[in-house]
Design a protein around this ligand. Structure first.
Ligand code: GUN
Length: 355
């Protein structure tokens, strides 16, 4: 749908108030990859379907998939808003500047942006605590690696992704302090052949358990072919790799999407900054298989319980960066500002964050 190369239309007029007067609430979702990716976008799509099912004829939802993080994104947002869409979810970090531009011209439209940080009167930001899922997966990885070397196929070098890479490794080290880790960057969210190639290079380098921050099951499928282990991310990817799959760190967008749509229907949309995780039912590690030792299952369950009741935080010191400097002192718990600015690798990870 987004292949055509049109110039963005001239500054469109704000949607008329009458567009909001009657009929179902029009809700649009803009996705960065195909709904068939099995991961990030598929999971947002499940959230959209849940909203449509829950609110029935009170809402009319639609989506546009495979929108690149470039000028096309602004055109899609302006098209949606110009066609009377009242609430728009833009579901990738790189849409941030385009959301800001479109939102500035459509004051009556509410914009919701995952996973950015720039808010406005009509722009809310939201994310899920994917780093909690990464940590839980890391516990399993630490219990399963034979080479003591785990690997991550990383997407785009932004704090969110660096935090997830680190959190996976911290989880692994929590059960096995000898763990070392390698990272390969693909600089894209969705490129299955490139993701698979990155996975192969990790395995060639001695990695035997992998995680990823990309959108497709390519890393997991590569593990299956090579007799290694990996995880599903964002969605349940167990079906793609029956032998290699060690669990899927899934996001559930339904609680947040339901809240936002209900607020909007009630005339109570207020914007803000939402970051929900295991505690709010927005993150979970599911389908950890029986081949994983019972003691590891128990450690995952304990960490989950701690995240749920608030007695445990993934980023609790002592934590050192891979230059040996202490970044969190013993017992110190990172606040959101710290978490949102992570731009270093923790001890045990090879190399540096691309600068
Ligand atoms: N996949 C595509 N876009 C994103 C994003 O912004 N965050 C995460 N975690 N995954 C993505």
């Amino acid at each position: 749908a987004c292949g055509e190369k049109e110039a963005p239309p001239p500054q469109a007029a704000p949607a008329p108030e009458s567009a909001q007067a009657a009929g179902p609430l029009k809700i649009g979702f803009m996705y960065v990859s195909p709904i068939g990716d099995g991961g990030w976008t598929y999971q947002h799509e499940l959230g959209r379907q849940a909203v449509q099912a829950k609110f029935g004829d009170k809402v009319q939802t639609s989506f546009i998939e495979s929108v690149p993080e470039g000028p096309d994104a602004e055109r899609v947002l302006r098209d949606m808003a110009g066609q009377g869409t009242q609430l728009i979810f833009a579901t990738s970090f790189g849409f941030q500047e385009y959301v800001q531009k479109a939102a500035g011209d459509f004051a009556n439209v509410k914009f919701e942006h995952a996973t950015g940080y720039k808010q406005a009167n009509n722009v809310a930001v939201y994310d899920s605590k994917t780093f909690e899922g990464a940590y839980l997966a890391g516990i399993v990885a630490g219990g399963m690696t034979k080479t003591n070397t785990v690997g991550v196929v990383a997407s785009v070098p932004i704090p969110e992704v660096v935090r997830n890479v680190n959190s996976f490794v911290l989880g692994a080290q929590s059960v096995n302090p000898a763990i070392q880790a390698k990272v390969v960057w693909v600089n894209e969210w969705f490129n299955p052949p490139k993701e698979a190639e990155a996975a192969s290079s990790l395995l060639n380098g001695g990695v035997d358990v992998m995680y990823q921050n990309t959108n497709s099951p390519a890393v997991l499928k590569t593990a299956e072919e090579r007799g290694a282990y990996a995880f599903g991310k964002d969605g349940d990817m167990s079906a793609f790799a029956p032998k290699a799959h060690l669990g899927s760190a899934v996001i559930n967008w339904e609680p947040y999407y339901t809240k936002v749509v209900q607020d909007t229907l009630d005339g109570q949309w207020q914007g803000g900054n939402y970051w929900w995780g295991v505690k709010e039912g927005a993150m979970d590690l599911i389908k950890v298989p029986e081949i994983v030792p019972q003691e590891i299952h128990a450690k995952v369950a304990a960490a989950k319980a701690g995240l749920k009741d608030g007695s445990f935080a993934v980023w609790t010191g002592p934590i050192r960066n891979n230059q040996g400097q202490e970044v969190l002192a013993a017992g110190q718990v990172a606040d959101d500002a710290f978490l949102r600015g992570i731009n270093f690798f923790v001890q045990g990870i090879e190399g540096q964050v691309p600068g």
